[in-house]
Design a protein around this ligand. Sequence first.
Ligand code: GGG
Length: 353
Amino acid sequence: MKKITVLPGDGIGPEITREAVLLIEETAEKYGNEFTFQYEDIGGAAVDKHGTPLPQHTVDACRESDAILLGAVGGPKWDKEEASRRPEAGLLGIRKALKLFANLRPINVYPSLLDSSPVRPEIVKNADLLIIRELTGGLYFGTPRERRTGKYGTEAVDTLYYNEAEIERILRKAFELSRFRSKKVTSVDKANVLESSRLWRETADRLAPEYPDVSLEHMLVDNAAMQLIRDPAQFDVMVTENMFGDILSDEASMITGSLGMLPSASIGSEGPGLYEPVHGSAPDIAGENKANPLAAFSSAAMLLKYSFNMAGEAAAIEKAIKTTLDQGYRTQDIAGKGEKVLSTKEMGKAVRS
Ligand code: GGG
């Protein structure tokens, strides 16, 4: 039987993953599939129970599963923990342990949410892009990464490190995935300032002739941030390093109307993929049954499609989300003035029905 490890995590993570599991179960029943779900701790919840944000049994369970569904990690409760005991270390740790180097973040615009975007509807209406964020390198993992005492007192240092092989494998992923789309790749860097970006750009130019059917353009990250709001429809596949991708995809979520709408898939060369909403743990609304579960639902659709080749099931979930939105159902983050606001559970029920 196919096994999914569920990592609910912190804050709103447990609420949205509960709804996503119900959705997967119901879809599986309709299509005659069967899954087993194994629950494990990660993030702050794991710090509280096991003294570490990423217990070894969580890593083992993930390795032994066919796919992983994650909620969110983090929260003010753990803000004062030392770096290795912060919830985020659990998330970074599982990505690294499973070699999940490619994080796919599709930005889909739902027509009935056009007015929810802070960007004008005529600008966002044709937007449809895939942001590919490199996930296991860059500033998040480079060393040295430390606090130390120097000439001017306390210093802190992070290192933006990439080797050519890491850059090559993520760029190849972008070229390959663009072949299922419009065959246009925008590689985002800061090559006018950063040495790592110059290596990134050179690597992209070296690989491009191997993909003659794909057009490659380079864009500086500051310009990309501006262009995403000015004319998002110009992009198809955008590929970039870890931190640029984190920032640009949060910005791009505003095209869809809410960070609560953005799913993601983290994949490596082998082993299980990890699927999670792009949003964090939203501690301000945790436990209040207010969170938008739709990003978790789209992540569940990506899980079925990419890890189990269940494109029909994934399409059925995406269609149910669209229909629910077309019918006017909204959680608080995407509700307009005077629109009825549904709870997390009510939205879950509306999509499943
Ligand atoms: N579901 C995503 C999540 O929990 N994000 C919180 C977080 O710590 N993210 C770090 C990152 O993705 O860079």
